[in-house]
Structure formats: structure tokens, C-alpha cells
Unconditional design. Structure first.
Length: 478
């Protein structure tokens, strides 16, 4: 009986020393409790490792996000500050231009008013000119009528003169005959002697009267000739005057037409000036509104400058927060490494499943990283991307834990170089985007994808190897 108890105790002590599963027997007494406590402690240690690993990975992601956001905020803040300064300068320049335009517009308004007044004066002058033209046209028409009547009267006078000439010719003929009769009477009276003396005296007087009549009719003929000649000239003058008056009347009609066209044009000008005055009022209103808007823009620029300062302070505050987070991440990473060293002790040796869970999480993180890299290559726009190979989902636990099983260690150690190379493509991608070398992005992605496929294949092989060891109840840290 004593030998059985001693054997059971030795088995319990061996199980405790290796921290392996054992069958609890009443004979072991306190050893059972110690084994249970140690097994429970290791489970708690595994949970602590898992949670610490999750925390350090999350902290790395947060650090990266914060740093990226701080840089982005700083760039945005710089862009906003530059934009605000540009807007402020443009606003000031626009305000100056608006002031000059306003002054020019005032001068324009004054010119419009002056043009409007001049247009009104021109319209009055046109109306006065039309009135004068009407009066001149009436007088011209009356003069033409009078000249035409004068011409008719002169032609009537010429007809009368012609009749008088004919009468004078008849009188002259009668005078010649009378003179001839008087001469014959004188001859006969001479023949009669004393008896004919009295008759001779009468005949002489008749002859003298005939001569005087002839001389008088000759003089009248000359006068009538002069009158006739003057009448003909008067007719020509009247005809010329009528022609000139007719031309003047035609010219007056043309002036009427021109004046009418001018009046129509002035009406259009007046309407245009009125429209221009209305537009000028709208411009004045717009200029006033522009001035108000520019004042508002200036106030907004001042507010934006204050916001930029506040944003800068907030950005600096966020940047200051990054350092404590980095320290926390560093401490957590060091804790993970300490835990990694502890796993080589049987009391703290992790279950294979913990490593498998970490590897599966690393594969998921790795695939997400590749998706982000692909989006950068396609869009040419930067995204948050972890380029530090020691801070990614794989890096934290890969460099903290060192499996001792040869089959696992061989694959495990082979990951280091490939993993570093893989993250270098992220650095190259970011550098290419910032340099504007978008033609190289697809090539970098394809290289990274080829390296990624090799890593994924190694991950799968590593998982398969660990799963096979688990089936054999062999831990990778022993």
C-alpha cells in the first residue's frame, strides 16, 4: 500500500514539474491542489498573453493612426492656413477693386445722368428744329405758290404788253397815214393858193400831230420793249426762284426725314439710357451687396484664422498624446517579449492553439494590409499603412516568441527576411506616391503581392505543422 501511495506521489510531482495533465487521486492530497492552481495559472497566463498581444497590436494600430492623422491634420491645417491667407489677400484685393469699381460706377452714374440730360436737351432741340422746319416748309410752299402766281401775272402782263404793242403799231400806222394825208393836204392847199392857206395850216398841224404821235408811239414801243424784256427776265427769275424753292422744299423734306430718324434714334437712346440707369441702380445694389459680402468674408477669414490656430493647438495636443501611447506600446511589447521568454518554462508554456490563433490573426491583418496597398496603387492616394515590420500583426508576437520545436523553428526563422522585404514595398509605395511616380505603383504592388503569396504559403505550412504537432500532443516550445 505504501509503495502505491509513493508511486502516485512521484507521478504527481513529475506532472507538476512538467505541468502536464494528470489523474487526481485522493492519495496525492495537497499535490492535487497545487497542480490545479498551477494549471489554472497557466490558463490565466495564456489569457494574459492573448489580451496583451491584442492590446499591443491595437496600440500599434492606434499609434500609426494617430501619427498619420496628426500628419494629415498638420497638412490640412497648413492647406487651410494657406487657403485662408490667399482668401484674405484676395478679399482685400477684391475690396480694393470693388472700391475702385464703386468710384468708377459713381462716375458712370454721373455720366449717365449727364447723357440723360443731354438727351432731353437734344430732344427739345429736335422738336424745336421740327417746328422751325414746319414753319420754313409752310413759308417755302407759300413762296412757291406766290412765285407761281407772280409768274402767271407776268405772263398776263406780257400778253397785255403784246396787245399794247399791237395797238401802238396800229396807232403808228395811222400816224403814218395821217402824216401822209396831211402832206397831201398841204400840197393841195398850196395848189389852192390863198383859199387853201387855212387848210394848209390845219394840214400842217395835223402832220405835226402825226409826227408827235409817231414819236410818242415809238417812245412807248421802246418802253414797252424794255418792260417786255424785264418781264421776260422776271419770268426767268421767278422760274429760277420756284426751282430753288422747290429744291429747298425737297431739302427741307430730307431734313425732316433725317430729323425724324434722329428723333427715333434719340428715343432709342433715351430708352437705352433709362435701361442703363436701371442697370446702374442694380450695379449699385450689387456693389453694396458685394461690399457687405466682402466684409463678411473678412470676418470669416478672421474666424478661420482663429480656427486654424485652435486646430494647430489641437494637432499639437494630439501629437503630444502619441508619445505616451508609444511608451505604452513599447512597454506592452517588452511585456510580450518577457512572456515569450517565460513560455520556454513548462509552468508558462503556451498551448499551441494560442500560436495558431495569433497566426490566423496575422494572416487576416496581412491580407487587409495588401488590400490597402492595392487601393493605394489603384487610386494613387495614400492610406494608413504600417511599414514597421516589428509593429504589424505578425511582428509583435513573431519577434517575442521563439518556438523550440525544430520542424516549427525552421519555418519560423525563415519568415524574418521575407517579412522585412514585404513591408519594404509599403515604404516604396508611399515614397512613389509622394514623389508623384504613379507609373511605378502597379509594379510595386505586383512585387509585394508575389512576396505576400510566399509569406501566406509559409503561414499555411507553419499552421499545418503546428496542427500536426498538436495531434501528437507536442508543444512547439518544448
Amino acid at each position: 500500500m505504501m509503495k502505491l501511495v509513493k508511486k502516485s506521489t512521484n507521478n504527481a510531482i513529475e506532472s507538476i514539474s512538467r505541468l502536464a495533465d494528470m489523474e487526481y487521486k485522493p492519495a496525492n492530497g495537497q499535490l492535487n491542489n497545487i497542480h490545479q492552481r498551477l494549471m489554472g495559472g497557466r490558463k490565466n497566463f495564456e489569457q494574459a498573453v492573448t489580451k496583451t498581444m491584442d492590446a499591443v497590436i491595437a496600440m500599434s494600430s492606434m499609434d500609426l493612426t494617430l501619427e498619420s492623422n496628426v500628419e494629415t491634420v498638420a497638412q490640412i491645417n497648413s492647406s487651410i492656413s494657406s487657403a485662408v491667407n490667399t482668401i484674405s489677400e484676395s478679399s482685400s484685393s477684391t475690396a480694393d477693386i470693388a472700391s475702385e469699381v464703386s468710384k468708377a460706377h459713381e462716375n458712370l452714374t454721373a455720366a449717365i445722368i449727364e447723357v440723360s440730360d443731354e438727351s432731353a436737351n437734344i430732344m427739345d432741340e429736335i422738336h424745336h428744329c421740327e417746328t422751325e422746319l414746319t414753319s420754313i416748309t409752310q413759308m417755302s410752299s407759300s413762296a412757291i405758290t406766290t412765285a407761281s402766281e407772280m409768274k402767271a401775272d407776268i405772263h398776263g402782263l406780257l400778253a397785255i404788253i403784246q396787245q399794247i404793242n399791237e395797238a401802238i403799231g396800229a396807232i403808228s400806222s395811222i400816224s403814218s397815214q395821217t402824216n401822209l394825208l396831211a402832206l397831201n393836204a398841204s400840197i393841195e392847199a398850196a395848189r389852192a393858193g390863198e383859199a387853201g392857206k387855212g387848210f394848209a395850216v390845219v394840214a400842217e398841224e395835223i402832220r405835226n400831230l402825226a409826227d408827235e404821235t409817231k414819236a410818242l408811239t415809238a417812245s412807248m414801243g421802246n418802253s414797252l420793249g424794255s418792260i417786255q424784256e424785264a418781264s421776260h427776265k422776271s419770268v426767268q427769275s421767278v422760274e429760277t426762284t420756284v426751282d430753288h424753292l422747290t429744291k429747298i422744299n425737297d431739302n427741307i423734306q430730307n431734313v425732316w426725314k433725317i430729323t425724324g430718324n434722329n428723333r427715333t434714334s434719340m428715343v432709342h437712346i433715351t430708352d437705352s439710357v433709362s435701361s442703363l440707369a436701371a442697370v446702374s441702380e442694380e450695379i449699385s445694389s450689387s456693389m453694396s451687396e458685394l461690399d457687405n459680402q466682402m466684409q463678411y468674408v473678412n470676418k470669416q477669414c478672421q474666424t478661420l484664422n482663429q480656427d486654424v490656430e485652435s486646430l494647430s493647438i489641437s494637432s499639437n495636443s494630439i501629437a503630444e498624446l502619441v508619445e505616451p501611447f508609444k511608451n505604452i506600446e513599447k512597454n506592452l511589447d517588452e511585456s510580450i517579449k518577457i512572456m515569450g521568454d517565460m513560455t520556454h518554462d513548462a509552468f508558462y508554456m503556451l498551448d499551441n492553439q494560442i500560436i495558431l490563433n495569433c497566426l490566423n490573426s496575422a494572416i487576416t491583418a496581412h491580407q487587409n494590409w495588401m488590400e490597402a496597398l492595392k487601393e493605394i496603387a489603384q487610386s494613387g492616394k495614400l492610406k494608413v499603412l504600417q511599414t514597421d515590420y516589428k509593429k504589424c500583426g505578425l511582428g509583435h508576437f513573431y519577434y517575442a516568441f521563439k518556438p523550440l520545436n525544430p520542424s516549427v523553428a525552421k519555418i519560423w526563422n525563415n519568415l524574418d527576411g521575407k517579412h522585412q522585404t514585404f513591408h519594404s514595398y509599403g515604404t516604396k509605395m508611399i515614397a512613389a506616391v509622394r514623389a508623384g511616380h504613379t507609373d511605378k505603383l502597379q509594379q510595386i504592388y505586383e512585387q509585394a503581392n508575389a512576396c505576400s503569396n510566399e509569406l501566406i504559403a509559409d503561414f499555411r505550412m507553419l499552421i499545418q505543422t503546428i496542427e500536426e504537432l498538436t495531434k501528437k500532443q507536442v508543444r512547439i516550445f518544448e
